[in-house]
Design a protein around this ligand. Structure first.
Ligand code: AP5
Ligand code: MG
Length: 203
């Protein structure tokens, strides 16, 4: 069975960092909607032009546009054949319902909530701001992003718990420690091991 995983978690919780490592380990597509949008901005595509201001100010792009971007990406052959890791989608209840529809034929195996306290993600994002100059890492944009997380994204935890696919993983620690917790939570919840993993049954 291929793995189809959603990473939930506050901004700065490590979705991008851990998502890249997990996608390499399981040989699946790492689909970061934030990266897709930042690429669109970089290449000044019509989508990029439409979303730049929203992203820079820490707002959320509208649900319809996000659902259609993700639907297109999940329809590509790598995602269909090998599975995928979604990082940054869904982040509203309407997006979660769209994903339920999009993935109806091949449902999500596991949703991981990467838990990191607010104070710590603020520290991580301000360190990244100094290093990378992401416009939405300004204190005002971070404040807005975190408020939107509490308001719009946190309710998805209950949505996925009800569906029986939620795993909660502590995201505090070194990247290696968090990665080890993630791989262990994934095998426990799904029975799916990485190619060349620990020899437990892959289904
Ligand atoms: P997106 O790119 O998804 O940003 P985000 O959710 O704000 O999350 P981040 O990328 O900031 O954090 P992360 O959890 O990936 O952590 P990371 O690994 O980078 O979205 C950007 C914007 O696009 C949104 O605000 C919105 O406008 C729009 N958008 C995207 N998807 C959308 C959607 N579905 N609907 C509507 N709008 C959407 O780590 C953060 C930092 O911490 C890094 O510097 C990293 O090196 C460091 N770090 C990571 N792990 C550790 C660790 N264990 N210890 C110490 N430091 C660590
Ligand atoms: Mg990210």
């Amino acid at each position: 069975m291929t793995i189809r995983l959603v990473l939930l978690g506050r901004q700065g919780s490590g979705k991008g960092t851990q998502g890249a490592r997990l996608a390499t380990l399981y040989a699946i597509a790492h689909i970061s909607t934030g990266e897709m949008l930042r690429n669109a901005i970089k290449h000044a595509t019509p989508v990029g032009k439409a979303v730049k201001e929203i992203i820079d100010s820490g707002g959320l792009v509208n649900d319809e546009l996000m659902a259609s971007l993700v639907q297109g990406r999940l329809g590509e052959s790598d995602a269909r054949t090998h599975g995928y890791l979604l990082d940054g989608f869904p982040r509203t209840l309407p997006q979660a319902l769209s994903l339920d529809d999009i993935a109806r034929a091949r449902p999500i195996n596991i949703v991981v909530d990467l838990e990191v306290p607010r104070e710590l993600v603020i520290e991580r994002l301000s360190a990244r701001r100094a290093a990378e100059h992401r416009a939405d890492d300004s204190p005002e944009a971070v404040e807005r992003r975190l408020a939107l997380y509490d308001e719009q994204t946190a309710p998805l935890i209950a949505h996925y718990r009800k569906k029986g696919v939620l795993a909660v993983v502590d995201g505090v620690g070194t990247p290696d420690e968090v990665f080890a917790r993630l791989t262990s939570a994934i095998v426990t919840a799904t029975g799916i091991t990485a190619p060349g993993g620990d020899g437990r049954t892959t289904r």
